[in-house]
Design a protein around this ligand. Structure first.
Ligand SMILES: [Zn+2]
Length: 425
């Protein structure tokens, strides 16, 4: 890799080491390519970040995650705090060293997990109560395991029920110990179920927490000079309300603690699929163009294209690996279930023109057999394929922006992707 002119030296990277360069911009003035420089290497954007919640992309060797083209891995502060403990990861030399990952890492703040694990609101939201507003909805049979107040969140561990408390300062200490290149401010993740009044109160709380995170981050950065610089992203909440999203983005962009601003921005919260791109657009119009933007938790092709077009630079999502373990494989013609009988004697790769390790060495019939026989190798091979599919899709989107060919590429992609999906049902 050649360093662009003006690239920091390794020496310089210890002091700063984080920066973002905008490359090619789409005609709409929003979507763009770029490069995020971190102390552990560069991320060419747009980029898909593989999720390794507990410092592992489940069932896949870190070497294989790198080989399939993932440029960065995102782990979770809540999970690593509970197990093995962020102090252990710190002693190991930080997340990348601990998990033998050779590139950049992200951690999310734990805000989403402390509020969602055990509460089950996503299921409630998706299946049972669409259109209702309720600030206290929990899934049937579940106890609420978390309590939010203006200072932080008290919650019970989903592992053993023990009581814990996260505040902005605690989340920042944990994330500094985890040592990822990119961290996120601690926020309250609301649902689309919450009332407008609750969203307003929650957003005010999240903004106050953002300032406390930035303040704690400045102090920790001064204390921990033995570690490379860790960048902090503020998280834009505000649910589906345009005025709240725009205000949240403006306020975060203006936040300044002793000359330290956020290094980038996360776009968080629950999104209705049909207005995801619109919401990303509102936030990106208010955010500074010279900072990277990370959209938390999306990976479906239609979401990725729209989010990139509206200005998101990086994404993460558990779905490619989660659905892989459930025998669902992405192909450029749509998603297939490999346990389907039609694959029993299919001695071709899962996808003929896929360049992943799985498709280069194994047949669809073999994967079909592994899933049917409940062999663990099934999860590994399927995950490699799905992660590669998603990474490659975003790489291809990046190339299409650079070639001024984004709209054509999208039209071609969905011509094929929808065709098979439509005939499969
Ligand atoms: Zn493949």
């Amino acid at each position: 890799m050649t360093a662009p002119a003006g690239e920091r030296s390794v020496e310089g990277a210890r002091v700063g080491g984080f920066s973002f360069e905008v490359g090619h911009v789409l005609p709409n003035g929003r979507g763009r390519t770029g490069v995020i420089h971190t102390p552990h290497g560069d991320i060419r954007t747009p980029a898909f970040v593989a999720v390794g919640t507990k410092a592992t992309v489940k069932t896949v060797l870190p070497e294989a995650v790198a080989a399939l083209g993932a440029q960065a891995v995102l782990a979770n502060a809540y999970h690593l705090y509970l197990q093995p403990g962020s102090d252990i990861v710190d002693e190991a030399g930080g997340l990348a060293a601990f998990m033998n990952w050779p590139g950049p890492t992200f951690t999310d703040s734990g805000g989403f997990q402390v509020l969602s694990l055990g509460v089950g609101f996503k299921k409630v939201l998706a299946m049972d109560t669409a259109g209702l507003a309720n600030d206290d909805v929990i899934a049937e049979g579940k106890q609420r395991l978390a309590h939010v107040d203006d200072d932080g969140v008290t919650f019970r561990s989903h592992l053993n029920g023990s009581l814990h408390r996260f505040t902005p300062e605690v989340s920042m200490r944990i994330q500094h110990e985890l040592g990822a290149d990119i961290m996120f401010a601690f926020d309250e993740c609301t649902t689309l179920m919450n009332t407008r009044a609750y969203q307003e109160a929650s957003l005010a709380r999240t903004q106050a927490w953002a300032e406390r995170c930035l303040r704690a981050h400045v102090a920790l950065t001064k204390q921990r000079t033995h570690r490379p610089y860790q960048a902090l992203f503020g998280v834009v909440q505000g649910a589906q309300y345009e005025d709240l999203r725009r205000k949240a983005a403006r306020d975060l962009a203006a936040l300044d603690v002793d000359g330290q601003l956020f290094d980038g921005y996360g776009l968080g919260g629950a999104f209705e699929k049909e207005n995801l791109g619109t919401i990303v657009g509102w936030a990106c119009e208010e955010l500074p163009d010279d900072k990277p933007r990370h959209l938390l938790g999306i990976s479906e092709p239609e979401d990725v294209f729209w989010a990139v077009e509206m200005g998101a630079d990086t994404f993460d999502c558990v779905m490619p690996s989660r659905v892989a373990r459930n025998a669902a494989l992405y192909t450029r013609s749509g998603r297939v279930n490999i346990t389907n009988a039609r694959f029993k004697r299919d001695f071709n790769p899962v996808e003929a023109d896929c360049d992943c390790y799985t498709c280069a060495h194994y047949t669809a019939a073999y994967l079909h057999h592994l899933f049917k026989a409940h062999e663990m190798l099934a999860f590994t091979l399927a995950t490699i394929h799905n992660e590669r599919f998603t990474v490659r899709l975003v790489d291809d989107i990046r190339a299409s922006i650079e070639a001024d060919d984004f709209d054509t590429f999208r039209a071609e992609f969905f011509g094929r992707y929808r065709l098979r999906t439509a005939t499969a049902h």
